[in-house]
Design a protein around this ligand. Sequence first.
Ligand SMILES: [Fe+2]
Length: 384
Amino acid sequence: MPPSGVPTISPQSLERRIAAGEPLLLLDTRDPATHAGFPFDAPRPVEPLNLPYDRFLQDIDGGLAGLPAPGTAGPIVCFCYRGETAAPIVRALRAAGYEAENLEGGMLGWSELVVPTVVPGSDALGAEAALLQLRRLGKGCLGYALVAGDAALLVDVGRNVESALAAVAQRGAKIARVADTHLHADHISGGPEVARETGAPYALPPADATDVRHAFEPVGDGDVWRVGAVQVRALHTPGHTDGSTSYLVGDRFLLTGDTLFVAGVGRPDLSGQGERLARVLHRTLTATIPALGDRVEILPAHISSAAEVGAAGVASARLGDLKRTTLSGLSADADVFSRSLLAALPEQPPNSDRIRAANRGVPTADPSELEYGPNRCAVTGGMQ
Ligand SMILES: [Fe+2]
């Protein structure tokens, strides 16, 4: 039994139970604003009930009255910010006859979990090739592992690289290169560390690499890498940042970073130069990316909501479909686009300046606290 005196469940076990469709009831004990603003992202759609900690402990009977009777909705898993305040609620639930557990580490622990899923259609890259989407559940961050023969390329991986490295090793491959599409502002990149540990080069667009302290390989527009038998071509797609570079895998999959999403476009303002970069983004979204074929599959670095994840557990969209939806709604006039985009920006993501500093190599004491919070790199509506 852990120090809190109540049974716990690890994030890995909870993920497996949700993925398997086992009945369970999730209970979010955070305050209502956090419940709504930083939702619980899971491998299948789930709707946690919100039972705020302080309200529940002030009126336990009232709180229990809002729950299904014990034994009718499967076991209850409670979660809070870091796994502490939910413990007394688990105790009260168990005293009332419920089978209840506390999620180890709360949302902080859940945010460390990364689940690899094979991208549908990536078998077209070759007999010994696979493209995996690495979904960080609590943050909505997406990274990628391209494995081809005995070589692998990692793109936009966060600092929790264990599951990516395990997936690569399981396929008998070694990391040949690790790359970021841009200098990230919402999560700490795992790229430099993987490069240090494996000796593989770490590729980063030079326009985003001012004051970066670790070694990197500058990647430029049109650069081509071979990963096994698969060709990967760099395509400069600036606007979210000056350096933002997408990677075209086998002419079939475009890893767009934070430039174009399944439901939205990248925000141009995080470096404080929104007006200039919005116009740059306009060219990327109305000329550079649409020049690619309709059947290219767009694979972004984030989702804003679990609704963007398809039945196969992967977030992706055909460029041809986005040309009929998100991209067709964009004005041909860069000024109109720029004004509407800047007016539709969501709130600034938490700690973006400090996260960018960490990605330049400035040491950070507590990376999981720094990264805590929802991802807000996309504009998902209101732009023209
Ligand atoms: Fe970003």
